[in-house]
Every structure is written in structure tokens, then in C-alpha cells.
Design a protein. Structure first.
Length: 533
């Protein structure tokens, strides 16, 4: 048998892929399961381009996004083994011009582990050098040491590789791809080499809920940066995963030494209980067994890989839809493969978004007086009625739901529980509903209300976000429903997120008491006229 799975499991895997695509309206996808020998099952389904109706085939490439961070990390470790780099040396040793952008002593190890103190980065430019240069205006936000995911940090790593090798980032990564026989892959994303790559898609902007929105062509950008600019087929990614299962051994020699591989995949930094970061990988336990992996998000693409070195199995999922929940399918595929080897129970075909206890909740927003009633089954199905408007709910995770309504669907519904598991509040947009809550007084709302609104830009990575006043606190909600609290620091400045976050937001250009501009860690967004969010 030339595959790691039997026919019955392969059929179940194909069914799980099709069901997942239907549930999330994914135009096209590819999935591969491999073992350490390199035997792989590779499945494709759906459309490479929703407009032309071209089907996805085995050779098609998908942009893999941040899965490519591990390729950057491997290239750095190879340079270390060749004596060109030292992980504990400061970045300015290799990029003297970046000194004015990094007021702290940042090392290569800290960039690899996302502990440099740098922010996420706003993708100002297709050239990573500008994002690095712009840090002099953005600022790192705090001293190194605290984990904070940073794309711009990995862009700096790509620039360091170019400086010490005398080659382009693409040429450095091509050396690794070639050593792994990944002939259908490209180290950089280029319009001139787009043949063979599927078209990226995204939900139509402004259509909600996003999982029901029409799928439209995503913008194209050329990329050659260390935070992730590779496109690859699922079959090629299976070759990459097989190398990881062999602890750095390629088909014709080692890609990394055993010592370097342990650095790559080791638990370098504890992010939170149960999750550690290595170099380009996260490390955690799945069903009690240790795994490593990473996800990727690009303009028009989503991806996820999960590697179980202990059982000798690994999975990659590639989709041509931004924000596609690829990790859910990757976990399901790994569980199917494990079960065939007698590890764990065989999962059902349809993946769920996590456990949802049966909920019957009614509450009132203390500020607006609006009333909410929710009735949800344990399977995450049910209905919601908000101030007389009724709609169905769609589970997106534990105690989190999309609303199948073009207006209410702009924001997800989230349930809040106390320590006993009782639902004590429901949050939707600016509203927090509590059983029998009364009105709050108005002064704090009037102080914050001037910041409330929708802010937009032409940045295709992040076109819009809403700033809302919820219970006297500002929150910024992204188009995909994720949110962060804005904590006032004075002078129109706010910290975005938890206490050690390096991200910030500044409001200015006030007209009649309302800001017309919001600078999100250095990138400008402009108030949308007539939209009060």
C-alpha cells in the first residue's frame, strides 16, 4: 500500500473535506495526510477559480501564509550552522540601518520566538524593508521578553538572511524547497509566476454574516518577505511535513541537524497554559498527545498544518478562502488517521466548532433598553430575537455564534458564564445583555461616544473596523468579528488589547468633537461618514 491510510479512512477523509467546504462555503481546497516515510494521501475538491469554474487539481499551488514562517526559521538555523549567524547577536549587528527603528537590544532568537517587543505590523508595503524602517515611527511598544505575535519581526529575519547570504530571500528559501523536491512550490508570490496558482477569494466586503456572504476575488499582492510568501501544492507540503516527521532529514540528506531541529520545534516560550512557541511553530497537546503546528492567513487564502511526531502522522489543509477555519479540518483529519492506527476514537464526518451547552437566556441591555432572547441546543443550533428581530444562530466556537442576518450578522453573539457555568450575560456589538439589568447613567457614554464609528482604509489586509462603546468601555471589532478592548492612555491615545500589548490606537483630526482619523499602530484609517456603528 502506497498511502498511510486505508480506503475506508480515505473515503471518510474525502467526506469530511466536502462537508467542511459546504459548511463554510470554501470555493476550493486541498488536503494531505503523510507519514514519516513520505507516503501521502492527497485530496482536492472544489474550484481553483469560482469565476471560471476551473477545478482544483493536485498540482495547484495555494499561498500558505504564515506556514512559511517555519521555512524562514529553518533558513536562519541553517545559516547559524554555517557560521553566518548567531542567535544571541542583536539585529543591528546584521542590519545597521535598523538601529533607529529598534530602541531596544533585540536578538535573532527574540524575533524567532515573537518576544522582540515588536507589534504585529500593518503590511504598509510589499517591500518588507519599509515595514522595518517604519518601526521608528511606530515604536516597539515595550522591552523584549513578552510573547507577542509579530509579522514584521519575521520580515526583519528575511532581511537578515539577505544581508548575511548575499542572496534574495526567495533564493534562500528555494534552496530548501529544492532539497525537498517541492517542484510545484514557489518561494515568493509573483504575478509573473501566477500560472499554476489557484485564485484567492474572500467574503464580499460589507456582507454579513461572513460565512454566508458571496465569495469574490481577493486582491493580489506580490510578496517576498520572511513572514510568509510561499505558495505550494498540498503534495509538496506533504513532503515538507514528512521531513519534519523525520526530525529534519530530507530525501537526500539532512535539512537540519538534530540539535537545530530541537531548537526549531522546542518549547522556547510559554505563551499561555498549554501553548508554547518554538521557531515558526506552536507546540501544544491534542487529545493528550504533543503536536506542533501553525496556521496561515493571506489575502484570499487560509491554511493549517498539524504535525504529530510521536505517532508519525501529519496533516496540511490549504484553502482559497481567507479566514477559512482550516485548523478544524486538519484536526479532524489527524484524528481519522490516528484512529486507523488505534490511537483515539474515530471522529464523525461533520466537525463541530466545540461544545455548546444548551442555552435558554433572556436579558436586557442596560443602556439602550433593548431586549434579547436566545434559545440554543447543545449542537449549537437555535434562534435569537433581538428587539423584535428574529434570526437563526450558527455556531462558530464554544459560546460564540454567527447570526444569520444581514444586519445583526455584523457582530457575533458571545455568551459569558460564571464559575458555575451559568450564562450571566450575552454580548453583541455595543450591547451587553443581562437578566433584569437596569439603565446605566449617561456621562461616561457621552465622554466615549465621540470615538464611536467605523474606520476604513484601502489596505487590503484590513479594510475596516468598528469602534463601539460597550458598558463605558471602548472595543474595536474587526470585520471578521474578533475584538480588542481600547484602554485610554490620555491625549486621544489608547492601548489595544491586554496590558503588555505593543499595539496602540490614536484618534485625531477632530471636527465638531468627533475624530476623522484613527492611527492603528501607525497605519491611518479614516472615519466613514454616516456610519455610527
Amino acid at each position: 500500500m502506497n498511502t498511510p491510510l486505508g480506503d475506508a479512512t480515505t473515503d471518510d477523509l474525502a467526506g469530511a473535506l466536502r462537508t467542511w467546504m459546504d459548511d463554510h462555503r470554501v470555493p476550493g481546497a486541498a488536503l494531505a495526510v503523510t507519514d514519516a516515510s513520505g507516503r501521502a494521501v492527497t485530496l482536492t475538491d472544489g474550484l481553483a477559480d469560482a469565476a471560471t469554474r476551473e477545478p482544483v487539481v493536485r498540482e495547484h499551488r495555494f499561498q500558505i501564509g504564515s506556514l512559511g514562517k517555519s521555512l524562514t526559521a529553518i533558513a536562519v538555523l541553517r545559516a547559524v550552522e554555517r557560521g553566518k549567524l548567531d542567535l544571541d547577536r542583536p539585529v543591528v549587528r546584521f542590519l545597521p540601518w535598523i538601529r533607529t527603528s529598534l530602541p531596544h537590544r533585540v536578538t535573532i532568537h527574540q524575533l524567532l520566538t515573537h518576544t522582540s517587543g515588536l507589534p504585529m505590523g500593518a503590511d504598509f508595503s510589499e517591500d518588507g524593508r519599509f515595514d522595518a524602517w517604519a518601526l521608528r515611527d511606530v515604536g516597539p511598544g515595550g522591552p523584549p521578553g513578552h510573547p507577542w505575535y509579530s509579522n514584521v519581526g519575521y520580515k526583519v529575519l528575511g532581511l537578515i538572511l539577505e544581508a548575511v547570504t548575499g542572496r534574495t530571500y526567495g533564493e534562500v528559501i528555494d534552496e530548501i524547497l529544492s532539497a525537498l523536491d517541492m517542484s510545484d512550490s514557489r518561494a515568493t508570490v509573483s504575478w509573473l509566476e501566477r500560472d499554476g496558482e489557484v485564485a484567492g477569494h474572500e467574503p464580499a466586503p460589507g456582507a454579513y454574516p461572513m460565512r454566508r456572504a458571496p465569495r469574490v476575488r481577493a486582491p493580489w499582492v506580490d510578496l517576498s518577505t520572511g513572514d510568509g510568501s510561499t505558495s505550494a501544492s498540498a503534495a509538496d507540503m506533504a513532503r515538507y511535513l514528512a521531513m519534519l516527521l523525520r526530525r529534519g532529514a530530507g530525501p537526500a540528506g539532512r535539512i537540519l541537524s538534530e540539535v537545530a531541529f530541537d531548537r526549531l520545534t522546542g518549547r522556547q516560550v510559554r505563551v499561555r497554559p498549554g501553548l508554547w512557541w518554538g521557531y515558526g511553530f506552536g507546540s501544544y497537546r491534542l487529545d493528550g498527545l504533543p503536536v506542533i503546528g501553525h496556521g496561515g492567513d493571506m489575502l484570499g487564502f487560509g491554511s493549517s498544518m498539524v504535525v504529530d511526531i510521536g505517532s508519525g502522522l501529519a496533516v496540511v489543509v490549504l484553502a482559497n478562502l481567507r479566514d477559512a477555519p482550516c485548523y478544524r479540518l486538519a484536526v479532524r483529519a489527524l484524528r481519522l488517521a490516528r484512529a486507523e492506527r488505534g490511537i483515539g476514537q474515530r471522529p464523525a464526518i461533520r466537525a463541530t466548532s466545540g461544545p455548546n451547552a444548551q442555552v435558554a437566556f433572556a436579558g436586557r441591555d442596560g443602556r439602550s433598553g433593548e431586549r434579547l432572547q436566545v434559545d440554543i441546543s447543545g449542537a449549537g443550533e437555535g434562534w435569537l430575537e433581538l428587539d423584535g428581530r428574529r434570526t437563526t444562530v450558527l455556531s462558530r466556537g464554544p459560546d460564540e455564534f454567527d447570526l444569520d442576518d444581514p444586519i445583526l450578522g455584523r457582530y457575533p453573539l458571545r455568551l459569558e458564564r460564571d464559575r458555575t457555568g451559568t450564562v450571566v450575560a450575552a454580548v453583541h456589538g455595543a450591547h451587553r445583555f443581562r437578566p433584569g439589568s437596569g439603565r446605566l447613567d449617561g456621562p461616561e457614554r457621552s465622554r466615549l461616544h465621540r470615538f464611536v464609528g467605523r474606520y476604513c482604509s484601502h489596505n487590503p489586509w484590513r479594510r475596516t473596523f468598528d469602534v463601539l462603546d460597550r458598558d463605558g468601555r471602548l472595543v474595536a471589532i474587526e470585520a471578521n468579528g474578533s475584538e480588542d478592548q481600547l484602554v485610554a492612555r490620555g491625549g486621544g491615545m489608547f492601548r489595544v488589547g491586554p496590558p503588555r500589548s505593543p499595539e496602540w490606537m490614536r484618534f485625531d483630526a477632530f471636527v465638531e468633537g468627533h475624530p476623522l482619523r484613527a492611527s492603528a499602530t501607525g497605519f491611518p484609517y479614516y472615519r466613514s461618514k454616516g456610519v455610527t456603528a
